[in-house]
Design a protein around this ligand. Sequence first.
Ligand code: AMP
Length: 139
Amino acid sequence: MSQSECIFCRIVRGEIPCAKLYETGTVLAFLDIAPVRPGHALVIPKAHHATILDLDPGLGADLVTAFRTVGAALMAATGATGFNLGLNCNASAGQLVFHAHWHLIPRVEGDGLHLWPSGAYASMDEMNALAESIRARIA
Ligand code: AMP
C-alpha cells in the first residue's frame, strides 16, 4: 500500500481524525478505534514502515519514551494497574494495518483477558535445537 493510501499516514497528515494522546517529531499515539479495553492505545512512528522488520532502529529510544509516557498516563486515567505492549508483524500474526504500530492495552487484576496462552516443547533437546537454529540466523 502506498503512503498516500495508508490510513495511519493519513492520520499523521491530519487527513483523518484521531483521539490523539501524544506527539513528537517522530512518534504519534492515539486511541484505537476498536479497543480491547477502553484506553487501548496505538503508538506509531510517523514515518511509513510496513512492519517492524522495515523500521529504522534509530527510532528505538523515541518509541520506548512513548511507551513509558503513554503507558503510565493511560494507567492513571483508566485505573489500570498494568498494560500489555504488543505488535503484530505480518498477516499471520494478525496485522491488519501495514504501518508498523504497537498496541498498549490497559489491564487490571482478574480482568479475564488471556493474551499469551502457554505451550510446551516435547523435550529440552527440541528447545535447544531450535535456539541453535535461530542463533545461526542471527549470526
Ligand atoms: P493490527 O491488527 O495490529 O494491524 O491493528 C490495527 C489496529 O488499528 C486495530 O486495532 C484497529 O482497530 C485500529 N485502527 C484502524 N483504523 C483506525 C483508526 N482510523 N483510528 C484508530 N484506530 C484504528
